[in-house]
Write a new protein. Structure first.
Length: 265
């Protein structure tokens, strides 16, 4: 017993003496961080790519073939056809009063540039639509890489399935709370999207992850995605390019958008 006590005391003493020799500077790190200017009001951070500032749709195109909200049966045929190259025709939506407005029936639009891990800021407005309800009441969506959707919908006193309401990861993750504003009011999403990673053989190394703030409220906390968005069936991963365009959905409603910017992480 005495030997054990002496051994323990010796370790304690050695550790204490070692700690006394340490100086604060031994655990201080200095790195050359990039300096950026934070955005204020409608101004984006200085390192952001402004996708829409109210002037034109130069950075957007008519969406090439994308998954959207299709069936799980489509994934193996559609995903390999997605491209990061901006070769699409001009975006068919319109700019009205410095706002981007969906032209119902014209289809998705997507960025000409491809992205992987990003921080996105986007503001949207759900217009009033008398006689509509549920998924038919002011519906759109933000599709990262053209296939991973954060839902846009009027979810203010408009019941629907919870994994399809505003700020849900569509059909995968219910938001923590409903932070929706009434129709006709501008709303904000601030989203961090981490793209899935695949091995050289096409196997999944790490799934996509999403963090979402809706009107400043945390509603998705680094959730893991099961795969691309599917309207029917259970999603699964299929290897794809490391960078793909961001897409906005035409669901038949004249949704409005403004102040869209993105930061590559």
């Amino acid at each position: 017993m005495k030997k054990l006590i002496l051994a323990a005391f010796s370790i304690f003493l050695a550790t204490s003496l070692h700690a006394q020799k340490q100086v604060p500077e031994a655990t201080e790190l200095y790195v050359d961080l990039e300096k950026i200017t934070p955005g204020e009001g409608t101004n984006a951070p200085s390192d952001a790519i402004v996708l829409f500032d109210g002037s034109d749709l130069e950075k957007w195109q008519s969406a090439q073939r994308g998954v959207g909200a299709g069936s799980m049966l489509d994934l193996k045929t559609i995903i390999p056809s997605l491209s990061a190259e901006g070769k699409g025709s001009p975006a068919p939506w319109k700019v009205d009063d410095n706002e981007l407005v969906v032209e119902p029936g014209t289809g998705f639009i997507e960025t000409r540039q491809g992205f992987a891990d990003v921080q996105l800021h986007i503001e949207w407005l759900a217009p009033a639509a008398e006689g509509k309800s549920g998924q038919l009441y002011s519906n759109s969506g933000v599709f990262f890489m053209g296939m991973y959707e954060v839902q846009i919908l009027n979810s203010y006193e408009n019941p629907t399935y919870n994994n399809g309401q505003a700020s849900s990861v569509y059909k995968q993750h219910i938001p923590l709370v409903n932070a929706s504003k009434p129709v006709g009011e501008w709303q904000e999403y601030d989203i961090v999207f981490m793209a899935p990673k695949f091995s050289d053989k096409g196997t999944l190394v790490s799934p996509a992850k999403v963090t979402v703030f809706h009107n400043g409220v945390l509603v998705q906390n680094n959730v893991e995605l099961l795969g691309p968005t599917c309207y029917i069936g259970t999603p699964y991963y299929v290897a794809h390019e490391s960078k793909l365009p961001l897409a906005l959905q035409d669901h038949g409603d004249p949704m409005r958008f403004r102040n869209i910017w993105i930061r590559e992480l």
